[in-house]
Design a protein. Structure first.
Length: 365
């Protein structure tokens, strides 16, 4: 198959990790006889520096014409500590999500057995956890009206949802549950928020169309607790943009490290694949970032955007095999054993790529 992929390295460790994601995609193309064509475009802080715009028109044009997007991260410490700045790297990401209609953000939280010891949560609580988050991505308080009044001493961000926005992501979550353990946990704050009461009403209605799927509702505060108390009790979690942002960072601890979590943003047409970790400027340029989230995002890209199931599973198996061999980046290192071999970003990517060939020939034999 011939496909066109745009790589958006973005800021911080974005460049380092997408380089490894691409390396793995190249190896898949070579091993399975595909042709992947790449092009690069700028976004975030680097785009502001070059053009003054966190999502230049040129980038958006390229994104509208490709088959899939591999994205790194955006963000820069200068902006974090200066709330008065009007142009911000994150605006590029939010605009891109909105413009491309990427309303569903899938965040799989799957714990590789080899990483049971890497989490701060007890192994007996974690073992067997497998959660798929559906975070709504183009609505909520992220996109509601915002502003200041009363001489700038009062600020507001409107939390707003429309029926159709809840319906379309709810369908996606129920359909995914049908292929899994057939359970959807919808998370909201319906005891306080009107937008959450609409959310719950719509999810209940849509749920009736999926009688084989069990639907339960949890308030976000209780869900935050249950996620780390009984992570195995979850299958598919369906939630809004803000709650999903917060809960998936929390849930990353179930997978050992934020450096392991991939995500797919899908909706109208093209799909975007990115790690859930951010730009991580504290470790940028040191070569120690964990590239596995970007590599696992590439696996999601192969599966969801290109329908390449076998190729996608080969990437995941290669990651598993590298972990089994004791290779780790610092963030997932198990210091209680001397069998751990700490690799830098680049070598970790190469090890995964190497294993792809081995796994493919093993499957054929
Ligand atoms: C994420 C990030 C973004 C978000 C930021 C960078 C705007 O935290 O993708 O989870 O809040 O959606
Ligand atoms: Mn986030």
């Amino acid at each position: 198959m011939k496909k066109r992929i745009i790589i958006l390295p973005g800021d911080g460790i974005g460049k380092e990790v997408t380089t490894e994601g691409k390396k793995v995609l190249d190896k898949i193309a070579e091993t399975f006889g595909h042709q992947f064509e790449y092009d690069y475009a700028s976004i975030g802080h680097e785009a502001i520096e070059a053009t003054g715009n966190p999502l230049p028109d040129e980038t958006l044009e390229k994104l509208k014409k490709c088959d899939a997007i591999l994205f790194g991260a955006v963000g820069h410490p200068t902006y974090d500590n200066d709330p008065t700045l009007k142009v911000r790297p994150e605006q590029g990401l939010l605009k891109m999500r909105k413009e491309l209609g990427l309303y569903a953000n899938l965040r799989p939280i799957k714990l590789f057995d080899e990483l049971l010891g890497a989490s701060s949560i007890k192994p007996e609580i974690l073992k067997g956890s497998d959660i798929l988050f559906f975070r709504e991505l183009t609505g909520d308080v992220y996109f509601g009206e915002k502003g200041r009044k009363d001489d700038r001493n009062t600020a507001y961000d409107l939390m707003i949802y429309q029926r159709f926005e809840v319906e379309r992501i709810a369908h996606k979550a129920f359909q995914a549950a049908q292929t899994r353990k057939k359970k959807v946990t919808s998370v909201d704050k319906a005891n306080v928020l009107e937008s959450s009461r609409l959310w719950r009403e719509v999810v209940q209605e849509i749920g009736k169309q999926y009688p084989d799927v069990t639907l339960e509702h949890q308030f976000v505060d209780a869900a935050a607790m249950k996620l780390i108390q009984t992570p195995r009790s979850f299958d598919v979690v369906l939630t809004g943009n803000l709650f999903g942002d917060i809960l998936t960072d929390e849930a990353s601890q179930i997978a050992g490290s934020m450096g392991m979590l991939a995500s797919a943003s899908v909706g109208d047409k093209v799909g975007l694949y990115e790690p859930i970790h951010g730009s991580a400027h504290d470790i940028t340029g040191k070569g120690i970032a964990n590239p596995l989230a970007s590599i696992l995002s590439a696996a999601l890209l192969l599966d969801i955007s290109f329908g390449m199931k076998e190729e996608s599973e080969t990437v995941i198996a290669a990651v598993e095999s590298v972990l089994k061999q004791g290779f780790r980046t610092g963030d997932i290192a198990d210091t209680s054993t001397d069998k751990t071999k700490i690799l830098n970003t680049h070598v970790m990517g190469s090890e995964v790529a190497k294993n792809i060939k081995k796994i493919k020939s093993f499957a054929q034999a």
